[in-house]
Design a protein around this ligand. Structure first.
Ligand code: MG
Length: 260
């Protein structure tokens, strides 16, 4: 637990505006240019809904986190406003000192649906993108210890970088992708979605059995091993390549890291 988190806790019971950090600075009203949305490689757009995240979906990553692949999918959420386009800046909140990258393949849902069987999953997918599940590892560790939700650790502003989305119509079935992430041009993560413990089809079946999936929702499908820390000034680049030589151009992500 770092001192800044303690500082926020210290003020949780404060009633005086003079000591409540929420009143230290004037409220900043921002005018967003549009509702958070996905941009497809063909130029079309889709308003973004719920962001589902899947934890520990690669065995090697589960091991590096000191755990195992869970018996049931581990699901967490990020708010749609956490999405960050290519070229953006990931901002580490001042209360965290351990911001991590997690490169992931992202599935965008194209239909409102429930109870989709794995065999029908492809029919509700609008496209595939490259995402980075930015995570405040120190805040997440504290939440795990407390049994608290991961909303802050996983859902803070700018926590969901996302590339342009490749339309699913370009593929005859759910494809696999090679994933690669580098920090300051040094490769840190390199793997393939073929190593996912639960496939995209299985994840769609599970999520649509528990939740109502809506057009514009997306799934960050989990990260392979090699996660690590970035600091202000770092440049993160990520690429995703369609397996089996499928001739589609997958957008890349280039992000800078800043501090709040
Ligand atoms: Mg992740």
């Amino acid at each position: 637990m770092n001192s800044n988190i303690d500082c926020w806790r210290l003020h949780e019971t404060a009633t005086s505006e003079s000591v409540n950090p929420f009143f230290v600075s004037p409220t900043i009203i921002i005018a967003m240019s549009s509702h958070p949305h996905f941009t497809f490689t063909n130029g079309s757009t889709l308003e973004a809904g719920t962001i589902f995240g899947i934890g520990k979906n690669y065995a090697a990553h589960a091991r590096e986190m000191g755990g195992e692949v869970p018996a049931s999918p581990m699901v967490f959420l990020k708010p749609p406003a956490a999405l960050l386009s290519d070229g953006g800046t990931v901002v580490c909140p001042a209360f965290s000192t351990n911001l991590h990258y997690e490169v992931e393949m992202v599935v965008v849902i194209g239909e409102d649906c429930v109870d989709v069987s794995a065999s029908k999953a492809a029919s509700v997918i609008a496209g595939y993108g490259l995402g980075i599940d930015m995570t405040l590892r120190d805040v997440q560790a504290a939440a795990k210890q407390d049994g608290s939700p991961w909303a802050v650790a996983k859902g803070f502003r700018t926590s969901a970088p996302i590339s342009r989305i490749i339309p699913a119509s370009l593929f005859s079935s759910i494809p696999d992708f090679d994933l690669q992430l580098a920090v300051n041009r040094v490769t840190k993560q390199q793997s393939s979605t073929t190593y996912m413990e639960r496939s995209v089809a299985v994840l769609v079946e599970y999520l649509s059995a528990v939740f109502t999936l809506r057009k514009g929702d997306c799934i960050y499908t989990g990260t392979p091993e090699g996660v690590g820390r970035v600091i202000a000034g770092d440049v993160v680049t990520a690429t995703m390549t369609a397996d089996a030589g499928i001739a589609v151009t997958v957008p890349t992500l280039t992000l800078s890291v800043g501090i709040a």
